[in-house]
Structures are given as structure tokens and as C-alpha cells.
Unconditional design. Structure first.
Length: 271
């Protein structure tokens, strides 16, 4: 029965996952090729407009220093708003399917009428979501790999460091998805659940940005997921961000467990 649930879920989401993956592949391929070519222009912009530096620092999660290195420039690939929007869009759309989406369209009774527990249904959805997210992220990395040979060797980040950034980004994806599943488990309307989840990730992004300028926001920055994602530091140092990854995984796992218990115990009615 679990195999049947997974096949049902994959049949419903494979096209969405493919479209998001292709979009991320194209965006990463384009950014990988374009970013090295704008390095000189970006340095000139920073010299003329000093206020741009803290904005870039907020995006990258680290100080730029006196010189913008090739590694710093390549970090833009993994923090570009388009890349984050595609990943967050996929996880929010996927993770509001159950139970909010099923309740909203009146099919939850059919799904929960299957001879499996509610927890099994919930974690079957989780497994499908984890695999789908990995597919989307790997397609994005494929886009990076396709065009990286076209840029000079000194501007190309080491593959080992890029994979560490990818791991950290996947953990951000898991944390956002776990929170979204928790919101969905409390909701009866998919649109409302999606709006709340989008508001949370946007607030996290804004908090990370404001923390560079405003002390109260800096004190609250730990509440946002972007505080635990610093690709520029990884590409520069090569260090594995074990603490950041542990926090993101803890948030995601805790939200998933709480969401599964809510789904298992709540009274669900479609009328």
C-alpha cells in the first residue's frame, strides 16, 4: 500500500517537479555564465555607490572585504532571489498538498479511507517531497555544470565546495518544507496555508537583510532560515557548516514530527 501511495503522489507531482527543475537548470546555467562577466562592473558600482556593499553582504551572509574574489562572485549563484524563489515555490506548493490541499478539494476522505494509518500517509508524502526536492536541486546543479567549462578556471569554484553549498541549500529547503507541512497540517484551505508559508520565508529573507542595518533585527536574525545559509563563507574557506546544517535539520525534523501528530489526531471534516 505504501508503494501505491508513493506512486500516486509521484504521478501527481512529476510534471511540477520537472518544470521547476528545468527552470532552475536554465537559471543556474545562465547565472554561471553571466556572473564572472559582471565582476568588474560590480566592483565599479560598489565604489560609486557605497550603500550597495551592505546589500550584497546581506544577500551573501558574509562581509565582502576590500576585494571581491571569484569565490564571492560564484556565491551569488546560490543566493540569487530567482534560485531561492524557485526552490521555495516548489517546496511550498508540494508541502501544502496534504492535508490542506486534500481538504480544500474534498478528497481527504478518500485518501484517509485507505487501509493505512494517517501517519503512513503523511510520511509517504514526506518521502516523495524529499526525493522531488533532491531532483530539482540536482537539476539546478546540472545547469551549473553545463556552463562552468565556459568560464576561466580561476573563476570556477571547486566542485567539493559547491557540493557543500548544495547540501546547505538542501537543508534550507528541508527546514522551509517542514514548517510548511506543519502549517498545512493546521489548515483547511490550501491558499491560506501557501500564503502563510510564503509570508514566513519572505520575512526570513527580509530579517536577514535588515540585520545588516538595524540592531533590533540583528538580535532577531537567528529566527530566520537565511541566518544558517552562508554560501560565500563555504566557497571561501571550504569549511563544512555543521552547526548551521544541524539547526536547519532540527527545525525541519521537529516541524515534521509535530505536523504528523497533528494530522494523526485532529478532527478532519470536509463539510
Amino acid at each position: 500500500m505504501m508503494r501505491g501511495l508513493l506512486l500516486k503522489t509521484w504521478y501527481e507531482v512529476w510534471l511540477m517537479t520537472l518544470l521547476f527543475g528545468c527552470a532552475l537548470l536554465g537559471v543556474n546555467a545562465l547565472l554561471t555564465y553571466v556572473i564572472p562577466q559582471i565582476q568588474g562592473g560590480l566592483i565599479e558600482v560598489i565604489e560609486r555607490l557605497p550603500f550597495v556593499r551592505p546589500m550584497l553582504t546581506a544577500m551573501l551572509g558574509t562581509e565582502l572585504g576590500d576585494k571581491i574574489t571569484p569565490q564571492t562572485m560564484q556565491a551569488f549563484l546560490w543566493v540569487h532571489p530567482t534560485v531561492l524563489a524557485l526552490l521555495w515555490g516548489h517546496t511550498i506548493i508540494f508541502c501544502t498538498r496534504l492535508p490542506a490541499g486534500e481538504i480544500d478539494r474534498g478528497t481527504i476522505d478518500v485518501l484517509l479511507g485507505l487501509p493505512v494509518s494517517r501517519r503512513a500517509v503523511f510520511f509517504g508524502e514526506v518521502v516523495a517531497w524529499l526525493v522531488a526536492g533532491l531532483v530539482v536541486l540536482l537539476m539546478g546543479y546540472l545547469g551549473h555544470c553545463l556552463t562552468s567549462p565556459a568560464i576561466p578556471d580561476q573563476l570556477r569554484p571547486k566542485s567539493s565546495r559547491a557540493l557543500v553549498v548544495l547540501t546547505n541549500l538542501y537543508c534550507v529547503y528541508l527546514a522551509v518544507g517542514g514548517i510548511t507541512l506543519l502549517i498545512s497540517s493546521l489548515s483547511d484551505r490550501r491558499g491560506r496555508a501557501m500564503a502563510i508559508a510564503f509570508a514566513i520565508v519572505l520575512a526570513s529573507f527580509l530579517l536577514n537583510f535588515l540585520s545588516q542595518f538595524w540592531e533590533p533585527a540583528e538580535q532577531l536574525a537567528f529566527l530566520g532560515v537565511m541566518q544558517y545559509y552562508r554560501p560565500a563563507q563555504i566557497l571561501q574557506s571550504g569549511n563544512f557548516p555543521a552547526a548551521d546544517i544541524a539547526i536547519l535539520l532540527s527545525v525541519g525534523a521537529g516541524a515534521l514530527l509535530l505536523g504528523s501528530e497533528i494530522v494523526a489526531r485532529r478532527s478532519i471534516c470536509t463539510v
